[in-house]
Design a protein around this ligand. Sequence first.
Ligand SMILES: *Cc1c(COP(=O)(O)O)cnc(C)c1O
Length: 370
Amino acid sequence: MSQADNPFLALAAPWIAGLTPYVPGKPISELERELGIRDSVKLASNENPLGPGPKARAAIAAMLDEIGRYPDGGGFELRRALADFHNVSPASITLGNGSNDVLDLVARTFLQPGVESLFSEFAFAVYPIATQAVGATARVAKARDYGHDLNAMASLVTDQTRVVWIANPNNPTGTWLSAQALKSFLGALPKTCVVVIDEAYTEYVSEPDFPDTTHWIESCPNLIVTRTFAKAHGLAALRIGYGISDPRVADLLNRVRQPFNVNAMAQAAAAAAIADREHVRASVELNRAGMRQLTEAFVRLGLDYIPSVGNFVTLNLGRPAGPINDALLHRGVIVRPVGNYGLPNHLRISVGLEQENARFIDALEDVLAA
Ligand SMILES: *Cc1c(COP(=O)(O)O)cnc(C)c1O
């Protein structure tokens, strides 16, 4: 179809016409269809290789009989469970179809053409998309050692800045910011912008000065903290995440939210998962061992990597990663190229089960030797 046959195509908002879509990790089924292979492993989307824990699985099964009815659009039980867990009011919680949905709600609520949003180089790919989808202007601060340079970010704040996005830890670099660094950054910002702290990987971090910024909500009315069940809780396919903020901010976000954005299975599974500390503990422990397995192999192979506190690690191959990624795919190993982040020589590897990590290490060794 050309634009001449379909003049309405040219009527899309100009910022939509110029939007580059998010590139997800390649599904196993797609790779196997394309190459006619089997038994592939996927270490590309930072999922929990254990999947959900027993409590979440039981909650999902029990919900089967209920799915003929609409879910609770207000998410009463889940918001209460999350409020208890975080010791905040249920009115502070905004449920999302994945935390991605919450990021989108923030953009739709606070951004519009003519205003700016601000994030770092190498920050999570959804921030530029959410910004451009509503016609706002993105400001991108240079990174330092692959991580957020808060001074560089502060210097780009203008009176048009409405949303500042910070992933802590960051994806795809696995870098993190200390409580003190973040607190002084927040304190120096004008009260005319909202700050989103995206804590998708918070469960994995054990650094003593790593903050739990949900405790700052009461003193920071312009702070929105986002969390997800897609990573450590192992519920990526159900799509469930949430924001925590001042109730007045949550009220605005909830006006924009679709009435039934979070399905019933996701709500039930998440309420069970937040109470299953044992599954999170086991998942974090597995991740620690897997991270050691991967990084020890990188050291042995003389490969450079960005030290990560998440459940993934980004390798610097020192040469274009595309051909190496293709060769890994042909060996049935899916990892994540990050050229779209401005890192063309890098590959991001999610920490998997011990045998999955070993499959990747063997394939990489093989490819590099070829
Ligand atoms: C994976 C990820 C998310 C969220 O994912 P959802 O599946 O939408 O909850 C959010 N932020 C970062 C930085 C991520 O890596």
